[in-house]
Structures are given as C-alpha cells and as structure tokens.
Design a protein around this ligand. Structure first.
Ligand code: ADE
Ligand code: ZN
Ligand code: ZN
Length: 297
C-alpha cells in the first residue's frame, strides 16, 4: 500500500489491541510517533533505499501462477530463502516474542515498525503478484485520465478515489466507516484456508457498495514452510492475495487499458476488505505476542 493505506491499516489495528499489547506498543514506539502506531506504519517504505536488503521484504511473486508456495516463491533475487513478505512477517513476529527478555539483542522498535508495515503489504493483493510484471508495476494503464501503472492503482489510486468520492477526502472518515461496517465472525475453517487454519475469523466489510460476488477460493494443498503455525498463517494471507490478484486485480487488464468506473466499483470492495483484514490481523498478531486480555480481568 501507499502511505494512506498503511496508516489506515494501523488505525484499525490500534482499536483492537489488548491492554497489554497497547502498553507494549506504547513502550516500543519511537518518541516521534506521538503515541500512535499508525504514524510509524509507512516507515518501512522510507528506509527501502537505506536498508537495501529490506526491499524484497515488501512482496512475494509467483511464476505467473495463481497460487503461492513458500518454498518456491519466498526468496530475494539471490534466492535466499525467506526473504519475502511472508518470511519477514514470520521473522519480525519471532523477534518481538523476545520482548521483556533483557538479553534480547534485537531492535524491537524496528521489529514492530517492520511487522506493522508488512502485515499491511501482504494484504495488498498485488504484493503477491506475478514475477514477470513485478506485481503489476510494469503494466501501464490509465486510471480515468491519469497515467499510472496497475500496481500503483492498487497501492494508492483506488483508495484516493474512494476517499474523494465517498469520504470528503478524509482519511479518518474512511477509517471510521471501515471500522463501523466491519463484521468479525467466527468461521468454520473449511472455506477460506483449509490447510493453514488462519485465525478462525472471517473478517468482512459491508461498505457503500455491495460486495461483489466472490469466486470460491481454491487452496493449494502444499504450503511448505518451517513448521510454525504463524508461518503457515502468514502463507495464508499471501495465498488470499494471489487469488485476489488473479480474480480481480489482473482480471480483464492489459497494457495501456483505461480503468474507470467499472473497475473502480467492482474492485473497491476488495480494497476495503483487505485494509480491514490487515488491521484486525495485525492486532491479533500483536495481542498473541504481548498477551491477550483475560476475560473479566
Ligand atoms: N517489485 C517487484 N515485485 C513487486 C511486487 N509484487 N510488489 C511490489 N513491488 C515489487
Ligand atoms: Zn506496493
Ligand atoms: Zn511496503
């Protein structure tokens, strides 16, 4: 996502943090954050050039296929395993588990800022796209009358158009609408992610526009990964994204095409849903790391 998308994800996450997680986040945030997680969520994009090794950690690409396999797809250009967005989420989650351990040698402030950013990115469908077109970066399109590339449309343009048309150009109004229209319900594991048992929650948004009829998601049955449950779960987010890339982002798009109302109205619900899912899942990950609230506690 662009800056606005990352801020939205983290503003949603902040609302779902447990007391313990909120306290740990406060303690880890840099002074400049003003006590708000959302202000540091775009940070990882600002250090992409300075921390050169971190560039491939924002995405994962597949060889033109609509499934994601950790062992095949999670690597950098030098084919180092785990150097992709899924491996990064797993790694920074792991580092944050050393919070409170005085011997921890990690910079946990950076771990938190990376984690919050990458959980956002893995939910941007085209951050799990095709290698050949760099997740839509090399697909030139017109967004209404403006020249863009397809990746940028999903990072920024759809969100900007929605903010302008529906929310008085206000990010906070859009976030409030997303939070209000959010439904989080218990899910039987069968439909969305059979093999990786996500977090047991269905997260959907009933927005201004009725959600488009969703194609059933076909799960691939081998997600090879190291055996930790978080890693399986992170692969799951990537699998959802590549499916959404195939079924929505890339669908009916070719070089130099003009994308306008038809594309916007059919894809916008997906963007809302992914922003909301990213926010809630980020909160769930942080709550798991730093401690859930006890019921009646
Ligand atoms: N660069 C190459 N592939 C990319 C992707 N899928 N997302 C963002 N940047 C990329
Ligand atoms: Zn992007
Ligand atoms: Zn990013």
């Amino acid at each position: 996502w662009g800056k606005q998308g990352h801020i939205m994800v983290c503003k949603i996450a902040e609302k779902y943090l447990s007391e313990k997680a909120a306290a740990a986040v406060q303690q880890l945030l840099p002074e400049s954050a003003g006590g708000e997680l959302s202000t540091v969520c775009p940070w990882a994009d600002e250090v992409r050039f300075h921390y050169y090794w971190s560039r491939p950690l924002h995405y994962a690409n597949t060889p033109q296929v609509c499934n994601f396999k950790f062992s095949r797809d999670c690597h950098n250009s030098r084919h180092q395993q785990g150097m992709c967005v899924v491996g990064a989420i797993n790694n920074y989650t792991h580092q944050l588990y050393s919070y409170g351990n005085s011997k921890s040698s990690y910079n946990l402030t950076e771990s938190l800022m990376f984690l919050a950013h990458f959980v956002g990115d893995v939910h941007q469908p085209l951050h799990v796209g095709f290698e050949e077109d760099e997740g839509g970066n090399t697909i030139k399109v017109h967004w209404y009358r403006r020249k863009e590339n397809l990746h940028h449309v999903w990072d920024n343009s759809i969100i900007e158009t929605a903010m302008k048309d529906f929310y008085n150009r206000s990010l906070d109004t859009m976030v409030e609408a997303l939070k209000m229209n959010l439904t989080v319900s218990a899910q039987t594991f069968s439909d969305v992610c059979v093999n990786c048992r996500m977090d047991g929650l269905t997260i959907s948004v009933t927005g201004k526009i009725a959600a488009t009829k969703r194609q059933p998601v076909q799960m691939s049955n081998d997600i090879s990964c190291s055996n930790t449950s978080t890693c399986l779960m992170d692969s799951c987010y990537a699998i959802e994204s590549i499916h959404l890339s195939c079924n929505y982002a890339y669908k009916d798009v070719e070089q130099d095409i003009t994308l306008g109302d038809d594309y916007f109205y059919s894809r916008y619900p997906i963007v809302e849903e992914r922003l909301a899912q990213a926010g809630i899942r980020l909160a769930l990950i942080l709550n798991r790391i730093f401690g859930e609230d006890k019921p009646d506690g």
